[in-house]
Design a protein. Sequence first.
Length: 520
Amino acid sequence: MANLNERAELHKTIWQIANDLRGSVDGWDFKNYVLGFLFYRFISEDLAAHLKHFEVEAGNDDFDYASLADEDVDDDARNQTISEKGYFIYPSELFKNVAARAAADDNLNETLARIFKSIEGSAMGTDSEPDMKGLFSDIDVNSPKLGATVSKRNELLTKLMQKIGAMDLGGDLQDAKIDAFGDAYEFLMTMYASNAGKSGGEFFTPQEVAELLARIACTSKSRITRVYDPACGSGSLLLKFAKVLGPEKAKMVSFFGQEINITTYNLCRINMFPHHVPFDKFDIQLGDTLTDPKHLADQPFDAIVSNPPYSTHWAGDSNPLLINDDRYSPAGVLAPKTKADLAFTMHMLHHLSTTGIAAIVEFPGVLYRGGAEQKIRQYLIENNYVDCVIQLPSNLFFGVGIATCIIVLKKSKADNNVLFLDASAECVKDGNKNKLTDNNIESIFNTYIGRTDVDYKSRLVNNKDILANDCNLSVSSYVEQEDTREVINISEVNAKLESLIAAGAELNKKIETIIKELEG
């Protein structure tokens, strides 16, 4: 994993395996098996490396947990490991050992089902139980999609385990700087999302967009300990803080999130492990954030990032209790039932600390639509909560071709202005999508922190002027677009026309002379 070529080759191999093995299983369904077994391998090797670390420190350099018999593991060691790692796997249940026996195991599907249940069950009654419960529920080893008969299913499961086991994901798993598993996991989710259309976009935000959001949310913060995403999908936005903050600062961060889709909720929790986030450092909850928030007792948060579903339906005013909800009542109106965008925005504002920053991807309609949404924008502007609005390029997200935007919220601003930033051209073509490069991200971020007028790119506008403009937050209403049409010099054009006319007249004379000579 030391160089980019090796990394690219590994990615190519992983994706080839995923496609070759799935057979007749739809790729979107098969992702649960590929990602699930990659996770199973990771926690097996991570646990073995964890136990070896302590044995080596005690002078037992030849210790190999995978070679032990299950009965040689004492209860005290098991309980201690669960308290440290959040789960336990007996030697015979390690991925490595099960994969080695797979081809000769006529009951492999039953073996795997039992092991998955055992791993989840090891956390029962402990602090890690909520983090482990149901993690393997989407890996149905008895699904007829894998094959018409048990033997066919086991044949596919065997091949999958052997291929994933053969991947070179080297490195010391006890060294948090080595993130081969996390990198492989992230790559697979990116590929599945890009091939799944709209459904892919519901669980995964492109890494470069996630990085931009995290950088904005971390602006001028020397210490961040609590980050939050109320529509966390597979957790890609939350996990980007680890890269932005760096390994040492990231160790201080606790990750909070909520997700309504149970499969994606499981993916998010699983995703934490390969990225070296301990079970006691994340709290991912299942449920409808807008009507059943799970982290009210955990707020406020230092940084909030989110890419909530665009213009989705929600209860709105059909639930008479919501207008009195502390999250929504300050605006005096609820977001429309068919457009929950600003309901998410109000929810995040409520959960934001006094000195925190929220960076939210929004559907562009929330910037200018009238009715209840205009009244909510008015509340945000009058209370000076809107820090910046960034127009993003079109076609950045999986399954969404429109040009989205980012709204940045702050509760403690140094001025009464909103920065409008046009980043619609900050991208490169990447296949059939647009993509933010490192230079694009840097350019957008520097313009954001610069907070000054830049011709055709950014403009600082006073809240009073925005209120006078019907609370319109569209970037195009304030940042003039550069006229890239070629400037035409009328004098030069006229001179060329006169020259062409003169040349045409001369040519006509010559033609007339030739005709007369031919006639004579």
